[in-house]
Write a protein that binds this ligand. Structure first.
Ligand SMILES: Nc1ncnc2c1ncn2[C@@H]1O[C@H](COP(=O)(O)OP(=O)(O)OP(=O)(O)O)[C@@H](O)[C@H]1O
Length: 354
């Protein structure tokens, strides 16, 4: 198993990242549209030429720092497989031959004979639950089945690293959970980089998350930490959490307007140091007037938007979002532009260095 490390820059897209994926680990790359996720995958796969270095185990795949000519390994020789949003199977080949194509086309000593490649294909089709479909053409399969075959084809090349770009985005709601389950199984022990917009995919599939914003990694860490204690605005939105920035003031955050938000610090933060508070919308309640004698944080805010959010209504304000029931919205008679008072217990406010 191989570690992948990248120190790369794609200047004309203003993307510059440094990261390592440990052997057997899945790293999710998250970010808004245009943040640079696909550019990073393309640079790793050798589809665009980055400046800097990309290393896989003890091999240098790309290096512009080692003299005038540099090092450049072409895409097919990198030991990587790219799994895209669309299955992109060869329409004129059977399902089995689609999967056998990988082992047949591998470069160098690992290239397989025709019979070996067919055996490999059968093994991988069984792995993804598609044995019964080997003789069919891709057009006779559903989107989910095609994606299963694409997974088998990618794995059949026995890549050292799997690059996965939004694998569930093109699937309907029924097949997405099955494919997510399958990915969970096959990615468990593989070195993988996964690009996704879906919080559930990151939560279930990734060991670590790197959040990209405008071509730079703005937060990275273990999945549970990034999703529960995000350090970037995008990461907080992605995880469905409020993130408020300010400076530390004892056990509180002093916001830019001077108000205090009391909370719990998990690691010590020096007074005056940059800090962020993370609050779940479900922990925030909405009132028309400040509740009397409440030990909670109470903060004036203005409603920016009311939007349905699952079984509740998300009340977005200029300060925090709150999730409350539709009945509460009706009872309080809330509308856009209303001044309200938000309250949140200090024990629900998690303070960390930012
Ligand atoms: N083929 C291309 N040629 C030139 N610039 C590109 C190309 N593809 C993307 N870009 C630019 O590179 C930057 C990063 O885009 P990229 O597609 O990598 O982001 P992304 O995070 O994958 O976005 P999305 O989620 O929309 O796929 C953007 O500024 C984008 O406009």
């Amino acid at each position: 198993m191989s570690a992948l490390s990248a120190d790369l820059r794609v200047a004309d897209r203003d993307v510059e990242v440094h990261f390592t994926v440990h052997p057997g680990e899945t790293l999710a790359l998250l970010g808004a549209n245009g943040a640079g996720k696909s550019t990073v995958l393309a640079a790793l796969a050798g589809l665009v030429r980055p400046e800097g270095t990309v290393r896989l185990a003890d091999r240098v795949l790309s290096d512009t720092t080692d003299g005038t000519r540099g090092t450049w390994v072409p895409p097919h020789d990198r030991g990587m497989a790219l799994l895209a949003q669309e299955a992109r199977l060869f329409p004129h080949l059977t399902v089995r031959d689609n999967v056998a194509f990988g082992p047949r086309s591998r470069g160098g000593h690992v290239r397989r004979s025709k019979n070996q490649a067919r055996d490999d294909a059968e093994r991988w089709l069984a792995e993804v639950g598609m044995t019964a479909y080997g003789d069919r053409r891709p057009r006779a399969l559903s989107g989910g089945q095609q994606q299963r075959v694409a997974i088998a084809r990618a794995l059949a090349t026995e890549p050292q690293v799997l690059l996965v770009d939004e694998p569930l985005a093109a699937l309907d709601v029924e097949s997405a959970p099955e494919i997510r389950d399958l990915l969970r199984r096959v990615l468990a022990s593989r070195t993988t980089i996964l690009v996704t917009h879906e919080v559930l995919d990151a939560a279930l599939l990734a060991d670590r998350i790197a959040v990209l914003d405008a071509g730079r990694i703005v937060d990275s860490g273990e999945t549970t930490r990034v999703l529960s204690r995000p350090r970037s605005d995008f990461g907080a939105r992605f995880a469905g959490l409020n993130l408020v920035r300010g400076v530390a003031h004892g056990q509180a955050l002093r916001m830019p307007d001077g108000r205090l938000l009391h909370g719990l610090t998990e690691v010590p933060i020096a007074d005056g140091g940059r800090a962020a508070a993370v609050v779940a919308p479900s922990a925030v309640s909405v009132h028309l007037e400040a509740p009397h004698g409440s030990p909670r944080n109470t903060l004036d805010a203005t409603i920016v938007e009311l939007e349905p959010h699952g079984h509740v209504v998300r009340v977005r304000t200029d300060l925090l979002s709150a999730d409350i029931t539709a009945a509460a919205v009706a009872e309080l008679g809330l509308t856009r532009g209303d001044r309200v008072v938000l309250s949140v217990k200090a024990t629900e406010v998690h303070l960390h260095p930012a």
